[in-house]
Design a protein around this ligand. Structure first.
Ligand code: SAH
Length: 257
């Protein structure tokens, strides 16, 4: 059995309760060592084999899983953040399925959530944006033409850019080419959200490259863009006393079960 588990974006206690339990039950762990906090391995039983997949190919990862299966082991495949974003899990799941190896997926706290908490900010502000675009600049992995950053930037929505901290001049060019963001639209660079060495730098779309250079940031950072980082927004209806809904019947506390 293989459990694909989201490790959360940094600090060890951001893993889910289920993820920590599965780690504690594992017979071997294969973790994405480039971004998974090694402190998470303390949830595993002492002495079990822990493999850093940063040094392995997909074939080698699968071979470790198969060797574990032959011994009746449970493998935890630990991915950074949430496995569904830039996690390369699909190619693993397809082979596992083809080989009849059962697996499941446990979600994790993605870095776009950790980065919002670090600021702290809300992506979906009434009167500002009700959408979050999660994307990246093309690198070795190409981005489909219809998802060019300049095209996505035509909406002016809240945006979280992964894997792009080393290409910020191009990011600014493409964001401005979209036409909806201004040079002074607020932006932020969040480095290692939730890690002890977390750093948050607020700037503008125009100043992204200069801000990153000044602080020596080239990787492990999220770029956040949009007026959700500004000061203006409309109050929500959800908690507005003038707006009633089914869930707000009686005021006052009820005892926790
Ligand atoms: N599955 C992961 C993303 C993996 S891709 C997730 O859900 O977060 C790796 C990229 O994620 C990095 O280049 C960086 O852009 C971002 N990233 C991962 N962890 C981060 C963190 N703690 N703080 C800021 N960005 C992070």
């Amino acid at each position: 059995m293989v459990h694909i588990v989201g490790a959360g974006c940094g600090t060890a206690d951001l893993i889910t309760v289920r993820g920590a339990r599965l780690l504690g039950e594992a017979d071997q762990v294969i973790y994405a060592g480039s971004l998974v906090n090694p402190e998470l391995l303390r949830y595993a039983r002492p002495g079990i084999p822990c493999h850093n997949s940063a040094r392995l190919t997909l074939e080698e990862v699968l071979a470790l899983i198969e060797q574990g299966e032959e011994k009746g082991w449970t493998t935890v495949r630990l991915h950074t953040g949430d496995p569904s974003l830039y996690g390369a899990i699909r190619e693993q799941m397809d082979v596992l399925e083809k080989r009849g190896i059962p697996f499941d997926v446990t979600p994790g706290v993605s870095s776009f959530c950790g980065a919002a908490a670090a600021i702290p900010a809300e992506y979906t502000l009434p009167g500002v944006s009700q959408s979050l675009i999660i994307t990246r600049m093309a690198g070795r992995t190409p981005v489909p033409e219809g998802e060019a950053l300049s095209a996505l930037a035509s909406h002016g929505a809240s945006m979280a850019l992964f894997l792009s901290a080393g290409m910020l001049r191009e990011v600014t060019e493409e964001l401005l080419a979209g036409g909806a963001y201004r040079p002074d639209t607020p932006a932020a660079i969040v480095y290692k959200a939730s890690w002890p060495e977390e750093q948050v730098y607020r700037c503008t779309v125009a100043a992204l490259e200069e801000t990153a250079r000044k602080h020596g940031i080239t990787r492990t950072a999220l770029i956040l863009v949009g007026d959700f980082l500004g000061d203006a927004y409309r109050r929500s209806d959800l908690y507005n006393p003038a707006f009633s809904h089914g869930c707000r019947e009686a005021a006052g506390a009820t005892p926790c079960p």
